[in-house]
Structures are given as C-alpha cells and as structure tokens.
Design a protein around this ligand. Structure first.
Ligand code: DX5
Ligand code: ZN
Length: 214
C-alpha cells in the first residue's frame, strides 16, 4: 500500500480550512507539514499557530517535516500540537540516535530526512530504529521543484537494505512528485509519496490523490 501525504505548503493559506477539508474527503493518508526556519533552508514556511489551526481541522495524522537547525528544541512543541510523525534532518543532528529515541519515547513515529546529496550509508546504523526515512528528491526549502532522478537509485538501494534486515521502515519521497513520475517512484520502492503542487495545483485534487493511491 502506498501512503499519500499532501503537503500543505502548496495549499491556499487564505483558504486553509477549505483545503484541509478537501484532503479530509480524499484517499490521502497523512497531512505533510513542512516547517522551515530560514537557517537550515533558505525559506521560512509557517509556525506553531498555523500548525495548531491545521490540527483543529485535519482528520488524518500530521506528518511533520522539520527543516530546522537544532530540531531537538522543538520536538515537544510539535508533539503537543498533535504530530503523529516527526522527521528531523540528519544534516541538522549530530546526535541523531538520541533525538530519534526521544521522539519514539513519546509514542509517535520517528523519521529521518536526507538531503539529495546525503548518502544512505549514513543511516546504516540507525535504520532499524527509525519508522520513516524521508529521501528528499529536491533540495528542501521550496515546493514546486523538479524531481531529482538520482533519487530512484537511492530508493532502490535503501529498499534492499530494509528488506535484507527484515524491517518495516517506510521510505518517504518528498519533492517533485507528479502524476507523470509517481509510478516509477513506487516501482523503485517508495512507500509514502509527499505531494504538494501536484495535488493542490490539480483541477481536481481528490482525483489526483486517488490516481496516485491506485
Ligand atoms: C520541500 C518540502 C516539500 C514540498 C513538496 O522543501 O519538504 O514537502 O512541500 O512540494 P512539491 O510536491 O510541490 O514538490
Ligand atoms: Zn517536506
């Protein structure tokens, strides 16, 4: 089964409740919530009051992707705002093992995100502890970018490791997912597709989600 996680970064913020209801009524599995601090990535998205507002209307789990430095400072905050999954970037975490186990101790899913240049070799010794690996398929910071094809090799290589170790770790693909490439991304081994512009830019978002869900 493929999970679909529409990214609210591509929603119409002036009509956020309307866009959340559209996703509620769809076959989507998670809401993808992108938090950017303007330091780890060259953009600032939205913060806690907006996540609180999202949580009031969202009827599916919140998948919070922290694109921030020192994410350990904000785990409790996003947990209290209702996150069901929290992903931190390996590039922002010198003590990744500690933060992953802290997130899991809260009873929610822990994820690690890798920038496009980051090798999957760096997660070999933590893969058994994480619930989700987010392989960034664009440079984080902006929606609407083009999918980096090399990601397909990373997905396949990571899937091989996960299978060999008999793990249930989910591979999430984030950035540039579209109706023209989602099939090859799933075929390579992806379990979760984040989709921003391809959902909210579609004339019929519910239908676009259904198509990717298969
Ligand atoms: C990029 C974010 C993505 C983004 C995806 O920094 O992490 O989640 O919202 O948007 P699309 O699907 O438009 O590439
Ligand atoms: Zn994201």
């Amino acid at each position: 089964m493929t999970y679909i996680a529409p990214s609210l970064l591509a929603a119409d913020f002036a009509n956020l409740q309307r866009d959340i209801e559209i996703i509620n009524s769809s076959k989507a599995d998670w809401f993808h919530v992108d938090i950017m601090d303007g330091v780890f990535v060259p953009n600032i998205s939205y913060g806690m009051p907006v996540v609180e507002a999202i949580g009031k209307h969202a009827k599916k789990p919140l998948d919070v992707h922290l694109m921030i430095v020192q994410p350990e400072r904000y785990i409790d905050t996003f947990f209290n705002l209702g996150a069901a999954v929290i992903s931190v970037h390996i590039e922002a975490c010198p003590h990744l093992h500690r933060i992953i186990h802290y997130i899991k101790s809260l009873g929610i899913k822990a994820g690690v995100a890798l920038n496009p240049h980051t090798s999957i070799d760096g997660i070999r010794d933590i893969i058994a502890d994480v619930d989700v690996v987010n392989l960034m398929s664009v440079n984080p910071g902006f929606g609407g970018q083009k999918f980096i094809p090399r990601t397909l090799h990373k997905i396949a290589a990571l899937k091989t490791i996960i299978k060999a170790e008999n793990l249930s770790t989910l591979i999430e693909i984030d950035g540039g997912v579209s109706l023209s490439n989602y099939q090859e991304i799933i075929a390579a081994g992806a379990d979760v597709l984040v989709a921003g512009n391809c959902v909210f830019g579609a004339s019929n978002p519910v239908q676009a989600i259904a198509e990717m869900k298969g």
